[in-house]
Ligand binder design. Sequence first.
Ligand SMILES: Cc1ncc(COP(=O)(O)O)c(C=O)c1O
Length: 365
Amino acid sequence: MAVKAGSLPENPSEMRAAAMKHLWMHNRGWDELAEDEPIVATSGHGIRINDSEGRSWIDVNGGYMSVHIGYGRTEIARAANKQMEQIHYFPHGTTSAPAVQLAAKLDQITPGDLTRSFFVSGGSEANETSVKIARAFYRRAGHAGRYKVISRKESYHGALGLTMWLGGSTGSSGRADYEPAYPGMVYAPQPNPYRCEMGGESPDECAERCARAIENLLLFHGPDTVAAVIAEPVAVPPAVAVPGDGYWPRLREICNEYGVILIADEVITGFGRTGKMFAVEHWDVVPDVMSVAKGIISSYLPLGASIAREGIANAFSGGPDTKFFQHVLTFAGHPVPAAAALENIRIIEEEDLVENSAIVGAYFL
Ligand SMILES: Cc1ncc(COP(=O)(O)O)c(C=O)c1O
């Protein structure tokens, strides 16, 4: 095999030229970049990052709304390094102390009996896992016909083969490349009080009408064909749509009434973003399955989790081998991100960052 000669890019202009030639960036085409782009972030501290040109920027979005504790927290680097030096992975069929401790920690900080965590590498994988749990749960419960998933228009739940078809907007060009859609997708209105598709004139009216629309969809499709409703407590794509207060409690009631699994996608809202550790706590709702990522590790390493209530998880044990959850990912339960996430959650708790988020959020509002 021929070896390509040449050294790796180092100075800013070499770096930019090499990025233009070799790097497939997220969310941007390389032909759309300006002459002095891409910005190459080289270091960071708190809310600021520095780039390869020596400039300093405030990262208003906090990464992808995912750098909860800020940049440059060396405690996280130390925790990851310590774990990596001790043991960086695990033999097939075993686990590690940080994975066990993180699962126990998530049980402590999540509402209700969300007791069992399946670890993955990010938010899309977490939602993919949550939907698979819902479908597999019903097969084990003798209701294999329950496979449909209700999501809301304008929601975002991920970019994978299944999750990319949850939510979304009409004519969303990003999806046209990947037709045909995943089977069993059912779309409900977004309870967006600013532009309520159901004509609700107040947040409460919009919430009630949009929740009722989900019930109507359930009845139309037949509840015995629906496995789950998935929703973000606060949807970010429609300019951060905070639903009226009645929405989540009604959703919980409807899912209870028709025996449908309620999945809360807390990927972007979790770990303090909304002034509570998890946004569903604003409405005292316990979902059946919760997807988390981003803030669980403040983006220091890739990590997500799908956290199930005890009653859901128990359906996967106590029987023949085929009852266990058949969903294998090499990096699921990786000890290094688990150790880093434990340190991240320690910082969130010790520095009262959830309370701080409530205070700063009210100020910004
Ligand atoms: C609510 C929500 N769910 C899922 C995802 C997908 O997460 P990831 O990009 O980590 O796969 C995102 C990402 O922005 C999100 O905001």
